[in-house]
Design a protein around this ligand. Structure first.
Ligand code: 13P
Length: 267
């Protein structure tokens, strides 16, 4: 069975409530006919409620950018899976490289200690993924290698390890229903895109890890996105690859026209 492509906008730390509403209102009519692709927007927490209202009645789904694995408790600053479903979220991004403290664009003011403070590990990704699934959310689990890892010939092994540890203990059915995003860290926010054949190859590596650990059916069903400088000009070529089932879009998702063009490129 063909996999439904999924294009998600990760707004990161952008947009006030009013700006978020404006963006979605401009986006809605542009993607109204794009019924062959799942469209997701992931605003910051502060704009979730407003965006939920704005997307009501459209086929645009709501997602969050992170989640904690506990249901409730003394975890200042954290947001529980049930709070996200309560806020109308269907999707949640987990393990983004920026949450893992791995940035595509070097941050000169960020010391090693500050980067570690972001604190995501494969184990926290695993806990968050299990908790999200238990709450009925669809996780978008991000994996990807740094430039140093790629240069050292370790990209495949790094990604395989992230997939195995991040998804450890899930059932085949859970994996079949989720989304994995391949985001090479060096291509995020840099304007550098991974070569299309290489992006397709790595998504195939991810699918083969899923096949080995969870079986052929899960591998056939799981949707694997590419993310990292996806733009209107390169989206169609990327999304036409057999292993790539849409994209996770940062900068180009902050503007309705460019995001709509990217959504349509997945049709
Ligand atoms: P850019 O599209 O800005 O490179 O960001 C990609 C990304 O990190 C999406 O999660």
């Amino acid at each position: 069975m063909a996999r439904m492509p999924i294009v998600a906008g990760n707004w990161k730390m952008h947009k006030t409530i009013a700006e978020a509403r404006d963006l979605v209102n401009a986006l809605k009519p542009q993607v109204a006919d794009a019924t062959g692709v799942e469209v997701v927007v992931c605003p910051p927490y502060t704009a979730l409620a407003a965006v939920r209202e704005a997307v009501a009645g459209s086929q645009i789904a709501l997602g969050a950018q992170d989640v904690f694995w506990k249901e409730k408790g003394a975890y200042t600053s954290q947001v529980a899976p049930g709070m996200l479903t309560d806020a109308g979220c269907r999707y949640v991004i987990i393990g983004h490289s920026e949450s893992r403290g791995r940035f595509g664009v070097p941050e000169p003011e960020m010391t090693e200690a500050l980067l570690r403070w972001f604190g995501e590990t494969d184990e926290s990704v695993n806990r968050k993924t299990k908790a999200a699934l238990a709450a009925g959310l669809i996780p978008i689990v991000c994996v990807g290698e740094t430039l140093d890892e790629r240069r050292a010939g370790q990209a495949d092994a790094v990604i395989a390890g992230q997939v195995e540890r991040g998804l450890a203990g899930l059932s085949a059915a859970q994996v079949a229903g989720m989304v994995i995003a391949y985001e090479p860290v060096w291509a995020i926010g840099t304007g550098e895109t991974c070569d299309t054949p290489e992006a397709n190859r790595i998504c195939g590596v991810i699918r083969s890890v899923v096949a080995r650990v969870f079986g052929a059916e899960a591998a056939e069903a799981v949707r694997i996105q590419y993310g990292g400088s996806v733009k209107p000009g390169n989206a169609r070529e990327l999304f036409s690859q057999p292993e790539i089932d849409g994209g996770l879009v940062g900068g180009a998702a902050l503007e309705a026209d460019s995001f709509a063009q990217i959504v349509k490129a997945a049709l």
